[in-house]
Structures are given as C-alpha cells and as structure tokens.
Design a protein around this ligand. Structure first.
Ligand code: HEM
Ligand SMILES: *[C@@H]1O[C@H](CO)[C@@H](O)[C@H](O)[C@H]1NC(C)=O
Length: 518
C-alpha cells in the first residue's frame, strides 16, 4: 500500500484538531530538559505534518528557520536533525558510541532478517562480527583486487550492449548518435557487478543464467528499494492501522529473500570445489564457506545470507545512482565531459579498454566522482542512527532512543565551506584542500560505510568505460533535469536519457575484448 504524504497530511491535520486537549496534557509533561529548538508539533503525528518529499529538503528548510540542530517528532519517535559540519563531527567522535545504534523501523523488520543485517543491527557483538567479516574478508583492498577482473568484465559487457544497440539503430550510417535510457541499464549493471563478485552470477542481460530467478530477484530488489528509507509513514503512525498493508507485503518479501539467499548459499556448497575437493575461493560466498570450514560458528547459513543481503541492499542503487548523477552533471557541463575523455585518451589510449589499475592515473575522473558525491551524496541523510544513552550534544539534551539524521546534503552545500556550493566544479578537488575533510558521503565513525573502496572502484570503472567507449550528448538543447526523487537513497526523479555514439576505434576494441574473454 503506497500512501502519499500530502493526502495523509490533510487527514491527520483534521484528526489533530480533535486532540487539542491531549496537546496541553503532553505539553505539561515537558521536564527541564533542554531540547534543541523545534517547530510547533501536533499531537500524535508530531512534525509529520510538515513533511514533503524529498525529506532532506524539508529538513533543510526547518533548519534554515530553527538553526543547525533541531528536535522533531515523527509520530511518537524523537528525532534530532543535524545540519552543520561541526555538530556532525561531534556526533561521530565524542558521541560516536552513544549514537551507534540503528533505528528499527517496522517496515524493515522482515527484509533485514529481523534487523540482523549489518546496516540495521544495533551496536553489539553481532554487528561487530558481521561488520568485521564484511570489511576484512570481503571489502578489503586485498579482496577487491582479486575481484577486479569480474567487475571490469561486467562493465564491458554493458558497454557492448550499448554498442550493439547503437549498431541496430544507427545501421550503416555510422555517424549518428542514438538515444539510450541509462537509469535501468546502470541499475542492472550495478546489480550484475554485485552478484558477480558475490555469487559468480549475472542476473541481467542476454547471457543471464536462470532468467526466472532473475525476474523474481529483480522484483524483490525493486520493492525493497522503493520502500526503503525513513519516509514510510506507517513506520511512525502504526496507530492508524496503515501498517497492516505494508506488513503483509513485507512478510511476502521476507519469504522471497529468505528463499533466494538460501538458494545462493546452497548452490555454492555443492559447486566450486576443485578436483582435490578444495574450495575455490573466487566469489564472496565461496570465500565465506571456506572460512566456515575452520570457524563453523561464525559462518552459519544465516550469517552468510544476512551479510550478502546487507551488501546487496547497501551497495546497489547507491552506486548506480551516483553514476547516473555523474553522467547528468557531465552532460550539463560539456567542458568537464571533454576534459575527462581527453584524460582517459591520454593515459589509456584507444588501443585497449580502461581497467581498474588505470583509475589511479586519472585524477580528474576522481575529482568528478568526489564532486558528484558532494552535490548528490548517495544517502543524503546518511542511514539513521539511534542514541543508546542520554547525550549532551552542542549543549542540548538528547534523550536515549532518539533518531539521529545527519543532513549530508546540506552540509555538502554549506556556503561557509564551499565557494559556489551549488555549482558542479570538479576542479575544486584538484588541489587537495581542507574542504575535502568535510565530505561525509560515506558517513563517519564506527558506522561509516565499509563499502567505500568498492564504490569508488565501481563508479570509476563504470564512468571511465562509458566515457572511453562513447561520445555523449544531451537528448535536446535543454539541460538534463536534476530533480531529486525521495527515499533513503537519492535517485534522480527523471530517469536519465542521453545520446551516444561509439568513439573512433572503440567498437573494434570492445569486440576484440569479447573474443579474449570467451
Ligand atoms: C556511492 C556508493 C555508496 C554510498 C554513497 C554509500 C554511503 C553509505 C552511508 C552514508 C552509510 C551510512 C553511514 C552512517 O550510518 O553514518 C553507508 C552504510 C553502509 N554501506 Fe555504503 N555507500 C555506498 C556504497 C556501498 C557499497 C558498494 C557497499 C557494499 C557492497 C556498501 C555497504 C554498506 C554497509 C554494509 C553499510 C552499513 C554499515 C553499518 O551500519 O555498520 N555501501 N553507506
Ligand atoms: C590493466 O591494463 C594494463 C595494460 O594492459 C595491464 O598492465 C594491467 O595489468 C591491467 N590491470 C588489471 C587490473 O587488469
């Protein structure tokens, strides 16, 4: 059941009028705690009546009026919103442990193995163990080097798909640009890359194995991402009974996720042993199963499933959205696109395809990546934290059990830190400057994103390959629309479409590479 905010706002505002009495009652209950400033609240719904999607914009507006730290209620849930770099820093240093829990939203219970996933588990031994396994065994620089060719192969596969599409449409008149829809291609690519390094499988594309599997999987993934985020209203107003519909859908999803991840693990138990019966350790799941042989207790099926789903949910649309934003920004600023393409041509050339080891020789591409994450941080409010203790933050009292939202979006556009903060200027990162420290696109402290290294490689190789192999143009004269969708992550409201055409000699190089692989 999808509930639109504005409709509910109206309903609830009416409901609220009948509850004024309760308002006075709750007001008298306020003790001497010094809470951060807040706008007027309504009974039951608190500040939900102020909401308009995307949430980070609403919170920015409130902060513009009430200051860099504000206190809100989402229904009965206390929330502190931090809109300044200095206070965010305080949260992730002095109060990092105190804020290290996660908010447990009812809508996420069934899709996260009862909140056992890395991104949803509370601070404690289970979270510490699974996070350590992910960071050390799966996402470390060493492990990432081993999976580099699998990622590159997936990206090239996607580029060949674009090429074949171009050939089909452009036919023999070789010089034309052809329109392509990039959002779904990038999302599928991102999923393929994750599934390939995790399970050695590809889920989308002509050569996808088990297409029924893939279809079911895709549905699940889309549903999870569509519902993700702090903006499922029923999470905060269970009292309205709105939750029942969501709950039912979530239980169905739970069964599918369980089944899907169990099958992945089972398949790998059987396969992937070499002639000596030794396990090959190619994919993440193989590696986890091989670790299980010495430490069975730390690597139960349940743990492996939950780690895999954690990475899949956290690493897929964040990555593809970032590439989509980067391409949009480049198309709107053609001189940056040209500069990046020239850099690639200079350092990689036209005789072979770009690979991950080239990325360290492409500083401008890296600046583009940072500037994209500054303007469009993949998770604009990070992932909500929750306080495990009473905290004094910036001289205000924050009660135990308060949800913490750090507005990375606004912090990244603070004119006190950045000049021309709304402009796309990758050059600002060319000389390592003080500002760079203030980027929190991957969060900070104990809960910081463990997938940053993978994300940077993924986005780099995707963007690098697209720019090396094709020329790009906007569909029309107008700029690409940069409207933002809503959710915990930051999708583009309108899917990106662009015109492309293979660059000189790259058609040959792309097709040659195919022969080498197969
Ligand atoms: C551009 C891409 C990405 C961005 C912008 C991003 C951003 C973030 C942010 C902001 C957080 C929350 C930090 C906090 O709570 O303060 C997070 C958490 C997390 N990310 Fe990423 N991420 C990206 C890609 C990835 C990838 C590729 C993976 C792994 C495959 C990953 C795995 C995780 C996990 C497991 C968590 C939860 C950590 C925890 O709660 O302890 N992320 N990410
Ligand atoms: C990338 O390509 C170069 C040049 O062909 C090669 O020397 C290098 O080993 C490759 N790196 C990877 C990770 O494949």
């Amino acid at each position: 059941m999808e509930v639109s905010f504005s409709y509910i706002n109206i309903l609830l505002s009416f409901a609220a009028l009948f509850l004024i009495k309760l308002f006075f009652f709750t007001n008298n209950n306020r003790k001497k705690k010094k809470l951060p400033p807040s706008p007027p609240a309504l009974p039951f719904i608190g500040h939900l009546y102020l909401f308009k999607n995307p949430l980070h914009h609403t919170l920015s507006r409130i902060s513009a009026r009430y200051g860099p730290i504000t206190f809100l209620r989402f229904g009965s849930r206390p929330v502190v919103v931090v809109n300044s770099r200095a206070i965010a820093e305080e949260c992730f240093t002095t109060h990092d442990v105190a804020f290290a829990n996660r908010v447990h939203l009812p809508s996420q219970k069934h899709t996260t193995f009862n909140y056992a996933n890395i991104g949803t588990a509370n601070y404690g031994s289970h979270w510490r163990n699974t996070r350590r396994i992910a960071a050390v065994e799966l996402l470390s620089t060493h492990r990432l080097l081993l999976s580099s060719s699998a990622r590159t192969d997936e990206v090239r596969h996607m580029a060949r798909g674009l090429l074949l599409n171009w050939k089909k449409i452009a036919g023999s008149q070789g010089s034309t640009f052809v329109k392509v829809e990039l959002k779904s291609r990038l999302f599928e690519l991102s999923l393929n890359v994750m599934m390939r390094i995790m399970a050695g499988k590809r889920y989308f594309g002509e050569a996808a194995e088990g297409s029924e599997d893939a279809r079911q999987f895709r549905e699940v993934v889309e549903e999870i991402f569509a519902r993700g985020g702090a903006t499922t209203l029923s999470d905060f107003l269970p009292i309205l009974g709105l939750f029942q519909g969501v709950n039912k859908a979530m239980k169905r999803l739970k069964a599918v996720i369980d089944d899907f991840s169990q099958r992945l693990v089972d398949e790998h138990k059987k396969e992937n042993k070499d002639s000596q019966g030794e396990r090959t350790k190619k994919t993440m799941i193989d590696h986890l199963l091989s670790l299980r042989e010495t430490e069975p207790d730390s690597y139960s099926d349940q743990t492996i499933k939950s780690i895999c789903m954690s990475l899949l949910m956290a690493g897929t649309d964040t990555t593809s959205n970032t590439v989509e934003w980067a391409m949009s920004l480049l198309l709107n600023n053609p001189h940056t696109l040209t500069k990046a393409a020239v850099e690639i041509e200079t350092h990689v050339g036209k005789e072979r395809l770009i690979n991950e080891s080239d990325l360290s020789n492409l500083p401008y591409l890296h600046c583009i990546l940072k500037e994209t994450l500054r303007l469009y941080p993949g998770a604009p409010l990070l992932v909500p934290h929750e306080s495990r203790d009473d905290i004094v933050l910036n001289n205000y009292d924050i009660p135990c059990g308060t949800m913490l939202l750090v507005n990375a979006y606004v912090i990244h556009r603070d004119p006190a830190t950045w000049d021309e903060p709304d402009e796309f200027k990758p050059e600002r990162f060319e000389e390592k400057k003080e500002e760079e420290k203030y980027m929190i696109a991957f969060g900070n402290g104990r809960r910081r994103c463990p997938g940053e290294g993978l994300a940077i490689r993924d986005v780099g190789i995707m963007l690098g390959t697209l720019l090396q192999c094709f020329e790009w143009r906007r569909v029309g004269d107008e700029a690409v629309d940069l409207g933002e969708g809503s959710g915990l992550t930051l999708p583009k409201a309108i899917s990106l479409e662009a015109m492309c055409k293979p660059r000189e000699n790259m058609e040959k190089v792309l097709m040659e590479d195919l022969v080498e692989v197969e």
